[in-house]
Design a protein around this ligand. Structure first.
Ligand code: FAD
Length: 498
């Protein structure tokens, strides 16, 4: 059901966050004729893609009042999608000439930041952004509007200053704050008495703290001195603070590491650490056979295990496959939690076991639609194009160009989705995992917006990449067999640009 284009209306819309999701939301809302203000607590656009060498003082991120570092990128990170499928559909992520540009098909994180900066500049988005402005409270007020309270530092000449609070009313709020900052930790029986160190990948930047310092012929004392010098050099070079000093010293002199997780980051980090540590043991829930463990093909010191059964007081960790490893560190590459501490909806929107709900198609809470929406909740999809089509949908619904079903029908749809997940044995915390439904989801959104996106080459390329990742887990970013699809992608980009 589509609304009449003659009755389009423009609204005053707050977008929270200027990462990839907030940028494309701002662009699409503005394009549709809405008046947009973007709140961004940082001082530049890009969100997660602004690499931050700092780590948090609590390596597991459990302390709720710790100083938070937003980005979870590690220094060596290259994209896990090729640039053709990763970029926005309306602004292809093609190689660009210039200082510091990275022409690789799977570029490093700095290239993605530059791409997002180019995008913001191209469409005049920075002019809509209030930088250094953190949203601290969002609530519905009696008039049907939303009050957005924010704070920003009013800086004096020495870059010091007090928080300056502000508030403004909006017709609608679009939440684009990301969900890769608050660590999720694996639950391990016995872990409280286990004497080793633990860290979440959110606080992993470089492998040096994991270096195996047991060098033949070097006695214990010089080894300790070497550790201290390495640690201090690291701290000086990355301009770290005293609190980070503690985190990094924790991991000096480490020999045996257990890494939990099977994501792209887990794979990258395990290989990187294995170059410096003595042994890396990977615990994976996806391991097919619980009774065996094996060396990772191509590596002498990486072992693949099933999940961990328990951790013991004597420093050992017992796996379900029966192996017992005396380990120094457990590195949790176990994902992140959703959280919207600023959002007050009288319990209408909740986060329960990492399910943000109820959300119609992962975007609109039925009772508050279309005045509250979320961009970027799903994962295991093509993030940027999905954000783009979600944003087009929100913008069109707010203007009245696209109609939503009734609240009851949206709620019914959410309930059906939840029951289908349950019937297929999908745990609640995987509610927003689109691994098996990403193409249907994106096509459905595109059909709502009446836009011709999610080209066949993009879908086929994602299949090829997955196949290549399985066949060449260590080389998939540099060797591939789908040049014919790259050609198709570029023909498509050229048609769009001309
Ligand atoms: P973010 O980039 O996190 O942006 C959120 C923004 O909101 C930030 O700028 C933050 O400062 C701001 N903010 C938060 N709270 C507030 C507040 N209260 N007030 C004001 N501002 C606020 N995707 C890919 O496509 N390819 C990849 O290769 C890839 N690799 C990844 C690797 C890692 C390690 C991780 C963690 C994710 C990766 N992703 C990748 C997925 C990633 O989700 C997306 O690429 C995308 O960048 C997320 O954008 P976002 O805007 O949703 O969130």
């Amino acid at each position: 059901m589509q609304a009449s284009p003659n009755s389009l209306s423009s609204h005053h819309v707050a977008v929270i966050g200027a990462g990839a999701a907030g940028l494309v939301a701002a662009r699409e809302l503005h394009r549709e004729g809405h008046k947009v203000v973007v709140f961004e607590k940082d001082d530049q656009v890009g969100g997660l893609w602004m690499y931050d060498p700092r780590v948090e003082p609590d390596p597991l991120g459990l302390d709720l009042i710790r100083p938070v570092v937003h980005s979870s990128l590690y220094e060596s990170l290259r994209t896990n999608l090729p640039r053709e499928t990763m970029g926005f559909m309306d602004y292809p992520f093609v190689t660009r000439e210039g200082e510091g540009r990275d022409p690789r098909r799977f570029p490093g994180h700095r290239e993605v930041l530059m791409y997002l900066q180019d995008y913001a500049r191209e469409f005049g988005i920075e002019e809509m952004v209030r930088f250094g402005c953190e949203v601290v409270n969002v609530e519905m007020i009696g008039t049907g509007k939303w009050k957005v309270k924010s704070k920003r530092k009013r800086l004096d000449d020495n870059d010091r200053g007090d928080d300056f609070a502000d508030h403004e009313d909006f017709d609608a709020v679009v939440v684009c704050v990301g969900h890769y900052t608050q660590p999720r930790i694996a639950e391990i029986p016995g872990i409280n008495l286990w004497p080793g160190k633990q860290i979440h990948s959110h606080n992993y930047r470089i492998p040096e703290p994991f270096r195996d310092q047991i060098v033949k012929g070097v006695s214990e004392v010089p080894r300790i001195i070497m550790n201290i010098v390495t640690g201090l050099l690291y701290l000086v070079l990355v301009d770290a603070t005293l609190s980070e000093l503690c985190v990094n010293f924790l991991f000096l002199s480490v020999n045996i590491i257990i890494l939990i997780g099977a994501s792209a980051s887990a794979a990258d980090i395990s290989v990187e650490i294995a170059g410096l540590a003595k042994e890396v043991h990977i615990a994976r829930r996806s391991a097919v056979d619980d009774d065996t463990y094996e060396k990772k093909p191509g590596y002498d010191n990486i072992w693949l295990h099933s999940t961990i059964e328990r951790a013991c007081e004597d420093g050992t960790v017992i796996f379900r496959d029966g192996s017992v490893i005396l380990a120094d560190v457990i590195l949790h590459c176990t994902g992140y939690k959703y959280g919207f501490p600023f959002l007050e909806t009288d319990g209408i929107v909740t986060v329960d076991d990492n399910r943000v709900g109820p959300l119609y198609k992962h975007v609109f809470p039925p009772i508050l639609a279309p005045w509250l929406s979320f961009v970027g909740i799903p994962y295991w999809t093509f993030p940027f194009p999905t954000f783009e089509v979600q944003s087009k949908w929100i913008a069109g619904v707010l203007s009245g160009r696209i109609a939503l079903p009734s609240q009851e029908d949206m709620m019914e749809d959410v309930k059906i989705y939840y029951s289908e997940l349950e019937a297929s044995g999908v745990p609640k915390h995987h509610t927003h995992n689109l691994a098996d439904s990403t193409n249907d989801y994106n096509k459905w959104l595109a059909s709502q917006c009446q836009c011709s996106c999610f080209e066949e080459w993009r879908i086929e390329m994602s299949r090829e990449i997955l196949k290549n990742w399985r066949a060449r887990p260590n080389m998939y970013r540099d060797e591939w067999d789908d040049d014919h699809l790259i050609l198709q992608a570029h023909e498509d980009f050229n048609r769009r640009i001309s």
